[in-house]
Write a protein that binds this ligand. Structure first.
Ligand SMILES: Cc1cc2nc3c(=O)[nH]c(=O)nc-3n(C[C@H](O)[C@H](O)[C@H](O)COP(=O)(O)OP(=O)(O)OC[C@H]3O[C@@H](n4cnc5c(N)ncnc54)[C@H](O)[C@@H]3O)c2cc1C
Length: 415
């Protein structure tokens, strides 16, 4: 295996692969290392929405009150492990400080550009490369049990409309005609036509194969252990498979970034936001479209090759413990919206760590101290939706070409 390359990417999730692809396209020789297999992290079992209309950040005015009420009513998908964890407390405080109208507007403008370009780059990727990833452009349905919540979404929709991303309201026959798998007691839905969906595990496998065919070196089960430094540059990395060297390094290690960056004296405020999913063969009466089951914050994603339910947000540190109760909550939530018969024990049960920043914007920037280290992480709940634009931006910054979007909002200096 070649151990010296132009670029070494640490982390083979969707972000690492997108960076590798655009760097390979720019003529660079790339190597990716991953402590596990390619796509074994958060990029494996997520819901696969390319959520172009997902402009709103998690930190928004009123969200804390909203989640507190849901916690009291025991309907919140959020769980914060109690205890004195200083980085988590610091993160939560900063999250609360970002729940302002000013940040909301700023984040919307910023996210819009990245989401818009990612959509265009996905279009190009799927038309120019032999990739498929079960990609479908049917939009997504925001499904509401209650009329009041459906009406409330009209306000958000007005907002989205002003950005050209409005949804179509659907009730009664129009709704059940489009999505017959919904239960009759569902009040209504909003159809966001600009969104699409794909099967992330399938896309990552195909993208990996494509990169291998273009001479990208991929080392799996190869965990970074430490960095070798020469002055202000990274000279090499020591891994479980020996030393790897490169001109430039990209840290795309998702929720694992803070402990890795700490070795370089870098404090990166990312918390793992643990989510759950279950994946099964297509059940009878499988939905036609991906459905966001609004009151339960659960996503049901159908593909030709299967069906997945995903959700929950647990702040409990880096761990892969699967709590059976949360799996059952996903099934129970789906049963309240879908006619689809779901068995108690089904297919693959999975947890993944979303790399959450407290302002819900990614981090894409040169490291402040090491001048050949690029950081590409912090995509939170939107890594699939934002990957192509991120990969392209990373490639543009490294090859010193004009960036397709302004990188300033993603700077590390904001923390
Ligand atoms: C339940 C759930 C549903 C989601 N649904 C959606 C959705 O519908 N749409 C959307 O846009 N986003 C969604 N997301 C978010 C999305 O999954 C993440 O934003 C995205 O996968 C992050 O990608 P990443 O490449 O940064 O991280 P990861 O995929 O976690 O990749 C990081 C990689 O780094 C590797 N690594 C870590 N440490 C080391 C080391 N020391 N040495 C070498 N390698 C290392 C890991 O093994 C891992 O493979 C969802 C997430 C969850 C949990």
């Amino acid at each position: 295996m070649k151990r010296n390359s132009d670029i070494l990417i640490i982390g083979g999730g969707i972000i690492g692969l997108a960076c590798a692809y655009y760097l390979m396209k720019a003529g660079r020789q790339v190597c990716i290392i991953d402590q596990d297999c390619i796509g074994a992290g958060a990029s494996h079992g997520n819901c696969g929405l390319v959520y172009t209309s997902g402009l709103l950040p998690l930190c928004a005015p009123g969200i804390i009150r909203h989640e507190l009420i849901r916690t009291i009513r025991r309907t919140s998908p959020l769980y914060i492990k109690p205890g004195l964890d200083i980085p988590r407390l610091f993160w939560l405080l900063n999250f609360a400080r970002n729940c302002t109208a000013d940040h909301l507007n700023y984040a919307i403008q910023t996210r819009k550009k990245m989401l818009h370009h990612s959509r265009l780059f996905y279009e190009r990727l799927f038309s120019e490369e032999p990739l498929n990833g079960d990609w479908e452009k049917k939009g997504i349905l925001m499904v509401f049990k209650s009329e009041a919540a459906w009406q409330e979404h009209a306000k958000i929709n007005e907002y989205l409309k002003s950005y050209g991303l409005g949804a179509e309201p659907l009730v009664g026959d129009a709704l059940f005609g489009l999505e017959p798998s919904l239960r009759e007691d569902i009040y209504g839905a909003w159809h966001h036509p600009v969104d699409s969906h794909l099967r992330p595990d399938k896309l990552l496998q195909e993208w990996k194969d494509l990169l291998l065919r273009h001479d990208t070196v991929i080392a799996e089960n190869c965990a970074l252990q430490s960095f070798g430094l020469t002055g202000e540059r990274i000279a090499g990395v020591i891994t479980t498979q020996g030393e790897f060297t490169a001109e430039t390094y990209v840290l795309a290690s998702g929720a694992w970034t803070p402990p890795i960056a700490r070795q370089l004296g870098l404090s990166i405020p990312i918390q793992p936001g643990k989510g759950y999913s279950i994946t099964m063969a297509r059940p009878p009466m499988c939905p036609n479209l991906p459905c966001y089951l609004y009151e339960k914050s659960v996503v049901a994603t159908p593909w030709q090759s299967g069906f997945r339910l995903g959700g929950t947000m647990e702040f409990s540190g880096l761990n892969s413990i699967i709590y059976e109760k949360r799996i059952q909550n996903l099934i129970a939530a789906a049963r309240q919206y879908l006619k689809t018969p779901l068995k108690e024990s089904v297919g693959e049960q999975w947890v993944g760590m979303r790399p959450m920043t407290y302002d819900d914007l990614p981090l894409i920037d040169w490291a402040p101290r090491q001048n050949n280290l690029m950081l590409a992480t912090g995509h939170g709940m939107m890594g699939i939706s934002m990957a192509p634009s991120t990969g392209k931006l990373v490639s543009e910054l490294i090859t010193d070409t004009t960036p397709h979007i302004d990188p300033t909002p993603y700077s590390i200096r904001r923390f």
